[in-house]
Design a protein around this ligand. Structure first.
Ligand code: HAM
Length: 433
């Protein structure tokens, strides 16, 4: 009996054997994650880690009962005491729960969090859509200022740019206040009513449950009908309108190109005012690299004080896939600087002592423990792409000199036992910090 991973999930390996799945190589994940950490710290966002599961009610209240995520996609289970728990499908509600539970609002007016977490959604698995996916997310609490919206969007966009991505479209919209949405919903329904029978089955259902979501239908007939639909931007209340204009202005100041897309509404219930999404063409149907927006009412909805807030979540699978599809420069598989091949028992000990010395100097080094034939050990060194290889036997121990072979060029150089670290420092490849 052999086991396979569950449907819709994947392993992240040092080297994925499938050439089409190189985005699953762990060194690429480390690189993307370290870029996210570094940028977050420049923008003053600090890490928050919340548990993998929360009470189901948190997501029902936070994300919304009527959303796809809560109504169809959660991994919900009962623990042994009969409590209903759910694997987190998204990161905002858990971060707000922690903020409220720990009374962080007593520690000052502004709180900026980031997270790198896996999320779980029981979705139809297809390319770019997984049942466990990973997000780089950021949430800023306490500021109603449009500068805060602009800062968040800037962080997200700069993250994508720093990775080298091109051809991005930042879609921006405002869905205003609750009153804006109510007034708009009525107008939208009035407009759609004569077309109801022509809409997709999903949109027909949404017409009754959540008419705003019809706007981001992917169905071509729906899209055609929506071309003439009223725009939510025409319904914005004066404060939301001002907020939106100021957000646009600050993005322009920050030289971030954006497209105003009045059809963008997003699939979670907590948003008000600003909503945004970044798409890339390479991804096909699942083309959203991430998105977010303002959610000023959520903290209060979850039992905390009235707190302005906004954030984003960026999907790391799709981002890495797009990086590879665009051929952007990504770090190579990490290489050891030196691979030592001992010949005999005494050489084993000498090589092992070398390894300890080299690693203390942050030089990545490995050795052959197996006593394989020289040819096989060399083949392995080649396979792991060690930069240098040295064979150590009686002769080397006696002369205290090593023949260092540079694998890329075949060049050989004799180095003294005592100066090995110095020689290799120039080529050292310490693990990423
Ligand atoms: P979301 O749009 O549901 O927002 O997810 C954010 C991003 O996660 C998506 O744009 C996509 O890149 C990625 N993603 C979502 N589901 C999947 C999936 N099944 N497979 C692969 N990637 C996926 C949120 O989750 C909000 N919490 C974002 C937010 C934070 N809004 C405010 N703060």
């Amino acid at each position: 009996m052999t086991y396979k991973s569950a449907k819709g999930v994947f392993d992240i390996l040092p080297k994925d054997p499938d050439p089409d799945n190189q985005w699953r190589c762990s060194h690429l994940w480390q690189y993307v994650e370290s870029t996210a950490r570094k940028l977050s710290s420049y923008y003053g966002f600090r890490e928050i880690r919340t548990p993998l599961f929360e009470s189901t009610e948190l997501f029902e209240r936070g994300v919304g009962q009527g959303t796809d995520i809560v109504s169809k996609e959660m991994y919900t289970f009962q623990d042994r005491a009969g409590r209903s728990l759910s694997l987190r499908p998204e990161g905002t509600a858990p971060a707000m729960r922690a903020f409220i539970e720990k009374g962080l609002f007593n520690q000052g007016p502004i709180h900026k969090f980031f997270y790198l977490n896996s999320m779980f959604r029981y979705e139809r698995s297809q390319s770019g859509r997984y049942r466990q996916h990973h997000q780089f997310g950021a949430e800023a609490l306490g500021s109603p200022s449009p500068f805060q919206d602009a800062e968040l969007i800037d962080l997200f966009y700069t993250f994508l740019q720093t990775l080298g991505l091109k051809g991005l479209t930042l879609h921006l919209n405002s869905i205003g206040s609750r009153e804006t949405r109510e007034a708009f919903k009525n107008e939208l329904k009035k407009y759609l009513l004569p077309h109801l029978a022509s809409l997709s089955a999903e949109s027909q259902e949404r017409f009754h449950s959540n008419a705003l979501r019809i706007l981001d239908s992917k169905n071509l007939t729906d899209k055609e009908i929506l071309k003439e639909a009223p725009s939510i931007l025409e319904f914005l209340d004066p404060l939301s309108k001002e907020h939106f204009e100021e957000t646009c202005k600050q993005l322009t100041n920050a030289q971030i190109p954006f497209t105003i897309n009045p059809l963008l509404v997003r699939g979670l219930d907590y948003y008000n005012r600003t909503v945004f999404e970044v798409t890339a063409n390479e991804l096909g149907a699942q083309n959203s690299l991430g998105g977010g927006g303002r959610y000023d009412g959520l903290v209060q909805e979850l039992g905390g004080p009235d707190t302005a807030a906004c954030g984003f979540g960026a999907g790391l699978e799709r981002i890495l896939q797009t990086c590879l599809a665009q051929g952007v420069h990504l770090p190579d598989f990490p290489r050891s600087t030196l691979f030592l091949i001992p010949l005999g028992e005494e050489a084993m000990q000498t090589c092992f002592a070398f390894l300890c010395r080299l690693r203390k100097k942050e030089i990545a080094a490995e050795m052959d423990f197996s006593g394989k034939k020289l040819k096989n050990a060399m083949r392995y060194a080649d396979q792991i792409k060690a930069r240098f290889v040295a064979v150590i036997g009686e002769k080397e121990i006696e002369s205290r000199k090593i023949e260092l072979k540079e694998m890329d060029t075949g060049k050989v150089e004799v180095v003294d036992f005592d100066t090995l670290e110095k020689r290799l420092t120039a080529h050292s490849n310490p693990p990423e910090k």
